[in-house]
Design a protein around this ligand. Structure first.
Ligand code: ADP
Length: 628
């Protein structure tokens, strides 16, 4: 009987009391299909989605055919109506598969209608000709089955390519299962037409294909947890590899972006992260255009997942969250999954996924989403720790700097102040005791000199503060540096031959005159301070490569090589400088660098201990501003 041959692979074992290898395969195949049916039916009860319903329908149909064939075999001769129903159900199988394809990817309605018409035509033809189906009807049924299954297999492959991780593997398995099942039915249908020798071979092949399809469907529709985890692993590992360096990215937003990208890649959906803001008690999301969106806990899926501290999944977001309906419609969102990002007791935020269609394997996706959210929590937590450590370090550094600053300032201000106070007291006593005595000119000059030094130190302290705020340089005007250098030399040197300017032509740029003068003064003063008395200082001024160049050279004590890298830093003094002999706070060069850099220039030094130093300055000529 023909129908028996079609469902042969499903019920073969019944017919021969002694089980041979092929019969055993048949039994195993049937068992697998029944197991899958039970598994998907249970899942459909727990999570009644359309996809789960269609899966149950598909495997329910297979289970029905298996059962019907067994009943028919037990009864001995199946009633004709049962055969017709069996064939109808068999034909419905690929159609249900097509619905499944449609559950997660689009199937053109022409194809759906064509498959429905084909199914109706097949059922009518079977009903009209049962029980002795003519060969054309068998061929039609078999080819319909084969054609639709293969179409579905390719649709699954196409969809698999767009998906990631577990979902991809599962769809590949389903695709393989569909190819094997389609081919199996084709072979089963053609077997009766073959010669007796070929028939045995085809039957054996049919059994193997049946088993193969069962196993492939099992892996696709109801994979054991261990396999799901193994399939998740590559995606997770890639995510972990990418995320290892994330906590050290410059800004938290960079981390959020990378995490979102990683989560999206791992799931094949759109992923977004909202971070909890303690100050506003809201979840903050960052849009593509850097604008932000603040969400109250409890609102929308993200807010609810955060408040309830559990993953929320919706396959109909418009129904489940009408407040967000407009947004879901414009973004074409058909499924949303939100998982809280929580590290221990600390609620850090929420990770949401959205996709156009509900994922076919929601269970796997929820598992993966939770893993990714946990991973994100680890990364964000370690970022928070790094930030906290940096804040503590910065606080300590600021305190240390303040202490350094105060002690340096107090120390340096104290010396001239003590002199001024002592000298002034002395003058006062003298004037009180001997009002008619001539003025102590030398004493008064000392007071003036030390007061000026004091004023200079206070000026340096103020400049250092201005420099921190980047507002050292003010109004700019055309300045001839060669003339300015000459003025500094003349002003400072008691003996002109000890300060010489070498300049063959004016070098004019647009600078803050007062600050450039202060720069030259600082360098010349240092050259004099750190050189034996009566040794000459040279200032060379020239123009080179569009820059004004200045070199202040002395043949003084020099700077040890080890101190050179930090000589322009605040409070930095070289190790060969004795504090008692050379007064200073280590702010002069720091201010010089500030002046030069605010003009867009460079400053550096060449020095050798015992031989002397040359300080170089290069300032842009064009307009005194940075030229980039
Ligand atoms: P201060 O002179 O107040 O210490 P500066 O910032 O002007 O501060 O200089 C920093 C340090 O650089 C000095 O303490 C000194 O060790 C070294 N230095 C600066 N100019 C010279 C120079 N011309 N020759 C040798 N050492 C110098």
């Amino acid at each position: 009987m023909v129908p028996r041959s079609v469902s042969y692979w499903l019920a073969r074992s019944i017919e021969s009391p002694n089980l041979n290898a092929l019969d055993l395969i048949s039994v195993v195949t049937q068992l697998i299909y029944v197991l899958i049916f039970i598994s998907v039916a249970l899942r459909a009860v727990r999570q009644p989605t359309r996809a789960h319903g269609d899966m149950t329908l598909f495997f329910g149909a297979v289970a029905f055919i298996i059962l019907a064939s067994r009943v028919a075999a037990l009864v001995g001769n199946a009633p004709p109506w049962l055969t017709t129903v069996e064939i109808a159900v068999l034909m419905a199988l690929p159609y249900v598969l097509l619905r499944l394809v449609d559950d997660f990817t689009h199937v053109r309605s022409a194809i759906k209608r064509g498959a429905e018409l084909g199914l109706a035509a097949g059922v009518i033809a079977t009903y009209a000709t049962a029980p002795a189906l003519p060969t054309p009807v068998i061929l039609y049924v078999v080819l319909y089955f084969f054609g639709v299954s293969i179409y579905c297999a390719f649709a699954f492959i196409r969809a698999a390519r767009r998906s990631r991780g577990v979902t991809r593997r599962r769809m590949e398995a389903i695709s393989l299962g569909s190819i094997l099942l389609g081919t199996d039915i084709l072979i089963a249908g053609l077997t009766p037409l073959a010669g007796p020798d070929d028939r045995a071979v085809l039957e054996a092949l049919g059994q193997l294909l049946g088993l193969g399809s069962g196993v492939a469907y099992y892996l696709g529709f109801a994979p054991p947890a261990i396999l799901r985890r193994a399939w998740q692993e590559p995606e997770l590992r890639a995510f972990l590899a990418r995320s290892a360096s994330l906590p050290r990215l410059p800004a938290t937003l960079d981390i959020v972006r990378e995490l979102e990208r990683g989560a999206a890649n791992s799931t094949g959906t759109t992923a977004r992260i909202g971070l909890w803001q303690d100050d506003t008690s809201k979840l903050r999301f960052w849009n593509e255009d850097e604008t932000t969106l603040d969400l109250e806990p409890g609102k929308h899926f993200a807010g609810r997942a955060f408040e309830l501290q559990r993953a929320i999944f919706s396959t109909d977001p418009i129904r489940d969250n009408p407040d967000g309906a407009a947004d879901y419609r414009t973004r074409n969102v058909g499924a949303v999954l939100a998982a809280p990002i929580t590290a221990g007791e600390r609620r850090l935020g929420v990770l949401t996924f959205s996709a156009e269609r509900p994922p076919i394997f929601a269970g796997s996706d929820i598992e993966l989403a939770k893993l990714l959210a946990d991973q994100a929590a680890v990364i964000l937590e370690s970022r928070a720790l790094i930030d906290h450590a940096a804040r503590v370090r910065a606080r300590e550094e600021a305190t240390r700097l303040k202490e350094d600053f105060l002690s340096a300032a107090a120390h340096d201000l104290k010396t001239p102040l003590t002199t001024v106070v002592a000298q002034a007291e002395f003058l006062e006593r003298r004037a009180t005791r001997e009002p008619s005595a001539p003025a102590d000119i030398a004493g008064i000059q000392r007071v003036v000199r030390e007061s000026k030094r004091l004023a200079g130190l206070v000026g340096d302290l103020l400049d250092a503060t201005r420099l921190e705020q980047g507002r050292l340089v003010g109004e700019r005007e055309p300045v001839d540096i060669a003339t300015l250098a000459q003025e500094v030399c003349t002003h400072d040197a008691s003996d002109l031959s000890l300060c010489q300017v070498e300049a063959s032509a004016p070098v004019v740029g647009v600078y803050d005159r007062r600050r450039v003068e202060q720069l030259l003064q600082n360098l010349v003063e240092n050259a004099r301070k750190y050189s034996p008395e009566q040794t000459p200082i040279t200032i060379r001024v020239w123009q080179e490569d569009g820059e004004a160049r200045v070199a202040v050279a002395d043949s003084g004590i020099g700077i040890p090589a080890a101190d050179l890298p930090r000589i322009f830093e605040r409070f930095s003094r070289a190790s060969n400088v004795d504090d008692r002999r050379f007064h200073g706070m280590g702010l002069g060069l720091f201010i010089c660098r500030g002046i030069v850099e605010e003009h867009g220039g460079r400053i550096w030094v060449e020095s050798e201990v015992g031989k002397g130093s040359t300080f170089h300055v290069a300032l842009p000529i064009a307009d005194g501003r940075r030229l980039n």
